[in-house]
Design a protein around this ligand. Sequence first.
Ligand SMILES: Nc1nc2c(ncn2[C@@H]2O[C@H](COP(=O)(O)OP(=O)(O)OP(=O)(O)O)[C@@H](O)[C@H]2O)c(=O)[nH]1
Ligand SMILES: [Mg+2]
Length: 254
Amino acid sequence: MSRKKAVKGKGSSKSPKASPSSGREGGRTGKGLAAAASPSSGLVYPSRPSLSNSGEFYDIAFKVMLVGDSGVGKTCLLVRFKDGAFLAGSFISTVGIDFRNKVMSIDTVKVKLQIWDTAGQERFRSVTHAYYRDANALLLLYDVTNKASFDNIRAWLTEIHEYAQQDVVVMLLGNKADSTHDRAVKREEGEKLAKEFGVPFMETSAKSGLNVELAFTAVAKELKHRTMKEPDEPKFQLKEYVDKEMRTAGCCRS
Ligand SMILES: Nc1nc2c(ncn2[C@@H]2O[C@H](COP(=O)(O)OP(=O)(O)OP(=O)(O)O)[C@@H](O)[C@H]2O)c(=O)[nH]1
Ligand SMILES: [Mg+2]
């Protein structure tokens, strides 16, 4: 993780050039705009808390990207996490790239996640590539009711290795776990694939909220520990944390 792009102070957060200056904390970039924008690192090391656009103070910030095939539920997962709601009804495919911010309390630290919602459609792939290098974490989604989206995970991981930072945090999420009747991918298959690639895994549901908070919290904890770890503090074990949290909650929590 690069520390060089430190940003300090109110309103100076290095948002991508295409980000809005007012209104809701998020923005959308169309294809051309996104390709022209130079996405900056979301990492912030202020000596005192910074103020996010929504008026919330935070101590440290990271960029998280949602990736995976079109229709797997990336936008819905983000909306569930940010607003606690589910976007039911017709499917509106993301165009280009979009982002929302959320400040979380991790231990005693305010962690701002700048969450980039990418378009899964093939035609936007070059836009997504431009953003990989600044991502601190990637949530890679497939849809448990769509086998093809699961089969494509290997290709996504190849792409991640090609474009993302070497130490990027990657977590595999099998979304739409609420759709028990339409399930096409067993949980064990997801677990096996994640094990093969050495990444943490959980099933989620943007509809029910299952594990949504946990997925983002786990990533935020990992990033915060990497950055602020005391010399004598043991290394945070992301996979162990996820496994323990899921066991404690009987595998299913919202
Ligand atoms: N049952 C169920 N449906 C979901 C869930 N998450 C998303 N959906 C539905 O799946 C469809 C696609 O969701 P989106 O979040 O727009 O998918 P996306 O990954 O953002 O797609 P792109 O923007 O094209 O990359 C929508 O009709 C959602 O209502 C879920 O957890 N459970
Ligand atoms: Mg979308």
